[in-house]
Design a binder for this molecule. Structure first.
Ligand code: SF4
Length: 278
């Protein structure tokens, strides 16, 4: 047991004047304080030290040509149980869930449930449970969609989608990763100029986490090839022309020849929800 807190069992208290379940915290010797810091402050964010920065750079270069499974093995070995993954159940996310089910099935995986997701997306969560036994946790904003829209005089996705994404995604993720040290994203470099710069392992300043992108070097064809080969479940909306799926008010099917993310926030300059931008 840690030296930081000793929970006395009832037998040891017989006849004593101490109340039951008293927590006794003996002072730690000076040399033990650093080692026990994590125990004392379990939710303290990870700090980017020079050593960590060097490790990130080294591992990112080393894993540049690695297969996603090797990257996942490294990150889970290095950071679990403080490693997590967020998914919107896109094809890339489904590939990573499939791999994690074999490599590290205890990895906590969550979905940012904005309240505006397609029913097909939420049904896919049930399919993940059936197929892999993995329960993807739904993380939500504190206010319901109804309350949020009432507070703002209508749907914020129409008037200020950046604010809406911030309130219903970014802020929720910030809270969801408290206590975590690393997270996985399912982005591919060939999805957009912004994503083209994604390292395999990097420091995510926005969330104070190490961020891995195991599929950064994969193409759309490789993703779908893997899905077909392993019969991985996917969102049926992809068969109806929805190449990238987010919230229903901000997603449309794409036309022949359009970019795969052209259906997201179509008609506006917005291209990202803010989770993967620095
Ligand atoms: S994608 Fe649209 S509906 Fe979803 S959080 Fe962003 S602005 Fe709101």
């Amino acid at each position: 047991m840690s030296r930081a807190a000793v929970l006395l069992p009832p037998n040891d208290l017989a006849g004593s004047e101490l109340p039951l379940l008293t927590v006794v915290s003996p002072p730690l010797p000076r040399h033990e304080k650093a080692e026990n810091l994590e125990f004392l402050q379990p939710d303290a964010p990870l700090r980017l030290t020079d050593e960590l920065q060097a490790e990130i750079q080294h591992e990112s270069q080393r894993l540049e040509t690695a297969q996603p499974q090797e990257i996942l093995r490294w990150v889970t070995g290095r950071f679990a149980p403080r490693f997590t993954m967020a998914t919107a159940f896109g094809p890339e996310g489904m590939v990573l869930i499939h791999m994690l089910a074999e490599i590290a099935p205890a990895t906590p995986i969550f979905n940012l449930d904005t309240g505006y997701q397609f029913k097909e997306t939420l049904e896919l969560r049930e399919e993940v449970k059936r197929r892999y036994g993995i329960v993807v946790e739904l993380k939500r904003a504190e206010t319901s969609v109804e309350e949020y829209e009432r507070q703002h005089g209508g749907p914020v996705y129409r008037t200020n989608p950046d604010q809406c994404c911030f309130d219903r995604k970014v802020k929720v993720l910030q809270k969801a990763v408290i206590g975590m040290h690393a997270w996985a994203s399912a982005i591919r470099r060939d999805q957009s100029p912004d994503r083209a710069r994604a390292p395999i392992v990097g420091w995510d300043k926005k969330f104070s986490l190490v961020k891995v992108s195991p599929l950064a070097n994969w193409t759309k064809k490789e993703v779908w090839g893997f899905i077909t080969k392993h019969d991985i479940p996917y969102n049926p909306l992809h068969d109806q022309g929805y190449t990238s799926i987010g919230c229903w008010p901000c997603t449309r099917a794409v036309l022949l020849g359009e970019d795969e993310r052209a259906g997201r926030w179509s008609g506006s300059a917005k291209t990202e929800c803010g989770l993967h931008t620095s």
